[in-house]
Design a binder for this molecule. Structure first.
Ligand SMILES: Nc1ncnc2c1ncn2[C@@H]1O[C@H](COP(=O)(O)OP(=O)(O)OP(=O)(O)O)[C@@H](O)[C@H]1O
Ligand SMILES: [Mg+2]
Length: 301
């Protein structure tokens, strides 16, 4: 009897041991797997002062909505970000539905940014920028949003009620030969206006577009025009949920003073400041003042 108990005890002890060993090895496997995952790469924006709002930077490959009222600096913020990346030797793409490429080029000239070479191919402009041995190209592409809307509507009519379409049949946003490091889309609002009376088509296209950005792996900045003190950061609200981050630009009056400011409202996977800070646009471009706070910022909400 005694020996039976002893035997049973030792059996249960060895069972506990093997359970613990099992748990330990599971933890070890999880640890190994976590270590095997690619480490996130962090992207810098390069607009003076802006990166101080972030602990490490922006996770590479995220897509960010740049929201703000008219004339708040959305285009300048994005253009400056792409110019900085191209100067570091990366190829970047600026897709515009609004401003002609020559106007964006003129902005760059006015700010005294260094463009080494300009090559024009119809509505596609390739600007080479950067220091010797480290130059990248900034490709500016003008697309007609009406043409996109018409193609999407045509494809949807052919798809007879199916809620997905093949984005390849639509004027291509990203030229096949290009693997951009960053992409800017200026703007969703212009695109949405082209889908008059067909909000369904716009939503389906946007969904496909964000998927395409994910496949390309580029960090993307999608501009959306809002009211002066926005309650919502995109036209349909869908874009906010599809995007990994939302940066808001403000240009408003607080107690009689005109205030220009920026805020990182959300950014998945990154630690950042949660405050509205002033910006200044001068003849050299945009500067952010990360250690200042806007007095009376609650009035911006
Ligand atoms: N050289 C400059 N010096 C000072 N301020 C400038 C200069 N160039 C532009 N700005 C300011 O930048 C603002 C426009 O910036 P930007 O075109 O980036 O705005 P936006 O938000 O893209 O506007 P929109 O909604 O019209 O597209 C102007 O309203 C002006 O106040
Ligand atoms: Mg603009």
């Amino acid at each position: 009897m005694k020996s039976f108990r002893r035997e049973a005890k030792s059996l249960s002890r060895s069972g506990r041991h093997s359970r613990r060993r099992g748990k330990e090895s599971r933890i070890a496997t999880l640890k190994e797997r976590a270590e095997a995952l690619p480490k996130p790469e962090w992207i810098k924006i390069g607009v003076p002062g802006f990166d101080e709002l972030l602990e490490k930077g922006i996770p590479k490959g995220t897509n960010i909505l740049i929201a703000g009222g008219p004339g708040t600096g959305k285009t300048i913020f994005c253009l400056q970000t792409l110019y900085n990346a191209a100067r570091e030797g990366h190829d970047c793409l600026y897709v515009t539905f609004e401003e002609a490429p020559w106007r964006l080029r003129r902005h760059m000239e006015e700010f005294g940014w260094d463009v080494k070479k300009v090559e024009r191919r119809g509505t596609l402009w390739e600007l080479v920028v950067g220091k010797a041995g480290k130059s990248g190209s900034l490709i500016i592409r003008k697309l007609d949003p009406l043409q996109i809307a018409r193609s999407v509507e045509g494809l949807l009519a052919k798809a007879a009620g199916r809620l997905s379409i093949e984005i390849k049949g639509i004027p291509e946003l990203v030229p096949a030969a290009l693997t951009p490091y960053m992409i800017v889309l200026d703007s969703l609002s212009a695109l949405e206006s082209a889908f008059t009376g067909k909000p369904g088509g716009y939503r389906i296209y946007i969904d496909q577009l964000f998927r395409l950005f994910q496949e390309v792996g580029a960090t993307t900045f999608v501009i959306t025009e809002t009211e002066e003190a926005p309650e919502r950061y995109s036209r349909t609200g869908v874009e906010e949920f599809l995007a990994d981050g939302v940066f808001v630009l403000y240009n408003t009056k607080i107690r009689g003073l005109r205030v220009q400011a920026i805020e990182i409202l959300k950014l998945r996977g990154a630690k950042h400041e949660r405050k509205i800070v002033p910006i200044q646009i001068t003849s050299k471009g945009m500067t952010v003042f990360p250690s200042e706070t806007i007095y009376g910022a609650e009035e911006l909400r």
